[in-house]
Design a binder for this molecule. Structure first.
Ligand SMILES: Cc1cc2nc3c(=O)[nH]c(=O)nc-3n(C[C@H](O)[C@H](O)[C@H](O)COP(=O)(O)O)c2cc1C
Length: 179
């Protein structure tokens, strides 16, 4: 049975929690694999019908080497490889023809000046389209209360419901699995 793949980048663990919650929602209808970008396949199998990608907003966009190094230097984050994350994975991965996709990001809940610009998930969507994927739903944004988290209350449950809604969109005829 064709399944879903969730690929994430996370510096402090919040986007990883969201990726896991999305996977939890998806697996009500689809078999799901979850991988961080550094460990994700560079050639996505033709068995994957839905790809969900997400990570934190950094400097009004997706994480890149400079903001990752900044996170390590200024916020004492452990960043195993500042040179590689979700953007770099999307720059190099090969996707099967006809795959559906969706994007999410995590971002601060305030101030509006920092949080309004939509460049992280928007860039993810641009890269997904460039790879030939069809966006199954608009990007979703999940909020953290501070740079190193935690997530705002209720965001994991919202992510689980979003994952379930995505699964219903791409697999309307699959037999729902309780869980
Ligand atoms: C270097 C750096 C730049 C950031 N820039 C932004 C930003 O432009 N907008 C925003 O809403 N949050 C910004 N943040 C906060 C991150 O979005 C937050 O750390 C992230 O969502 C937490 O997810 P994670 O735990 O998966 O890393 C920034 C954080 C860091 C470390």
């Amino acid at each position: 049975m064709a399944g879903a793949l969730v690929v994430y980048e996370s510096v402090f663990g919040d986007a990883k929690l969201i990726a896991m919650a999305v996977a939890h929602g998806l697996c009500t209808r689809l078999p799901v694999d979850v991988a961080c970008a550094r460990e994700a396949p560079t050639l996505v199998s033709a068995d994957v019908r839905l790809l969900v990608v997400g990570g934190p907003a950094h400097a009004f966009g997706m994480p890149r080497p400079a903001p990752r190094e900044d996170a390590a230097r200024r916020h004492l984050a452990v960043v195993p490889d500042p040179g590689f994350g979700l953007h770099e994975w999307l720059d190099s991965v090969k996707l099967p023809r006809g795959i559906d996709a969706a994007a999410f990001d995590t971002r601060m809940d305030s101030p509006a000046l920092l949080t309004k610009p939509d460049h992280a998930a928007r860039t993810e969507e641009t890269l997904l389209r460039r790879l030939g994927a069809t966006l199954a739903a608009p990007a979703e944004h999940f909020l953290v209360t501070d740079v190193a988290g935690p997530l705002v209350d209720g965001e994991e449950e919202r992510a689980r419901r979003w994952g379930q809604a995505l699964a219903e969109l791409v697999a309307p005829h699959a037999i729902p699995v309780r869980g």
